[in-house]
Write a protein that binds this ligand. Sequence first.
Ligand code: ATP
Length: 547
Amino acid sequence: MDAERAKREELEANHQALLSSTKSQELNQRRELDTALDELEALKRKHANDVLDWETEIKRKERQIRELEEDIRLRDEDLERERETVKTLRATVSQQATAQLTLNSHVTALQAQVTAVQIALDNSSNSAAELALKLEAAERRITEQAQEIAEAEMQRRRLHNMVQELKGNIRVFCRVRPLLPSDIPPSVFQASNSPGSSSTSPEDDERRKEMLRAQIAFPDKMDHKEIVLHSSSESATGQERKDEWQFTFDRVFEPHSTQAEVFEEISLLAQSCADGYNVCIFAYGQTGSGKSFTMEGGQTESSTGMIPRAVEQVFRVTEELKSKGWAYRMEGQFLEIYNETINDLLGKGEFDKKKHEIKHDKSGRTSVTDANVIPLTSPNQVRSLLAIAQSRRTVASTLMNERSSRSHSVFTLRICGENTATGETCEGSLNLVDLAGSERLDKSGAGNDKDRLRETQSINKSLSALGDVIAALGEKGDGKGDKHIPYRNSKLTFLLQNSLSGNSKTLMVLNLSPLANHLNESLCSLRFATKVNNTTLGTARKQVKGA
Ligand SMILES: Nc1ncnc2c1ncn2[C@@H]1O[C@H](COP(=O)(O)OP(=O)(O)OP(=O)(O)O)[C@@H](O)[C@H]1O
């Protein structure tokens, strides 16, 4: 029994020990469990945090993905466009390539042509070189011949000049101006353009112009010395009456003659003032007949008048004579004679109020008191002086020419030369005179206007004084040595006294209007010029020519 008890006790003890060990084990396990639970809790929290972080990250990534997807979409679009462009470019490149091929074939064809042309050109330049040589030789020949012709012409002119001088020192040229558009009354054109008119052809216009023209013929086609005027009229008995007037002058210029052609004939005369002659060139004729055009000319090179051409010629000659030891001094004076009063056209101010007097000294020099005498250094300077003078000229309106010059203008170029090598000196003068219109009273429309009447009377007085002086000089040449020369009858003749007598050379250019309306005026002018032409100035007698 004891044993059983002991055993039971042992068992109880063991059970007790086991229980306590189990208890402590349980305690331990519980502690471990708590720790594990704590850890689990911490892990759970961490996990929740991690989950939150991941969710945020995922959202960010999703946004990035969306952005990337948009980017990709845009890029795809770009790519598509680029592809289209590439496609178009490929098509263009392919077209260009085709065009290039075509061009290449053209270029090849052109190169072949160029080669052919080059060969032809080489051949041509060889023949051109040969032709150039021939041309050069021909040009040389032509230049030589032209020089020979010019020398022969100069010789002819000199001989002609000598013959003229032997005949006497007064010459008369006659120049007929062309018909101007301003000569044609508007009614002529109205008639040709009126609705009822049967024809408007240029031939008809020409025929109508022909009716306005005076019948003037120039029969002498060789020497150009004759002019013939015709007129036909009806007599009181109804019969047709034909008249013809024939005149001969030293030279007759037809309407188409140029300023250069007229000057050619007077160039020797102009240059002889450098040899010490007194030269006087007058332009005579009715208003509007072309005196100012002949003497002063127009604005263009070809229409330059006798005054600027003569001045240029004198400058040229004096320049040429420098090589022969001559030195020249030139001076100019430009006067106007209006109503028998002298105006200085080179004076200062708008109007010349000074009273000028003409003086002749014993040595044959003429001077005008208080008139400006300007040293001349170049033709250009003379041109500007002429322009100043022109603007100062007295012009007034008459029925016959709107810008009618109612005064005489006298341009004087005085030239003094000295030859330092030979000791010679010479003094000459060139007077270029643009006379006032020569028409008679009734035609100029002066009848009703007192001032115009006075102008016309003084113009007529001085022109007839000029005629009388020339006639008296002619009679003196005829052997009536003591013949009185009425220089003092007009300012014009008194001013030109020394240039009209002695060794002076005088040329009168008679200007004529081409109009039938002016035929009577033209006849008066032609008769006056014939009287002058039949006069002898100087030593020899001029031959009388028929009129
Ligand atoms: N040979 C010509 N060629 C062309 N036009 C000319 C010619 N002669 C004259 N004329 C023109 O005729 C018109 C009248 O000429 P200009 O004024 O020279 O006449 P004028 O005789 O000097 O007249 P005025 O006595 O009034 O001075 C001008 O318009 C001028 O340009």
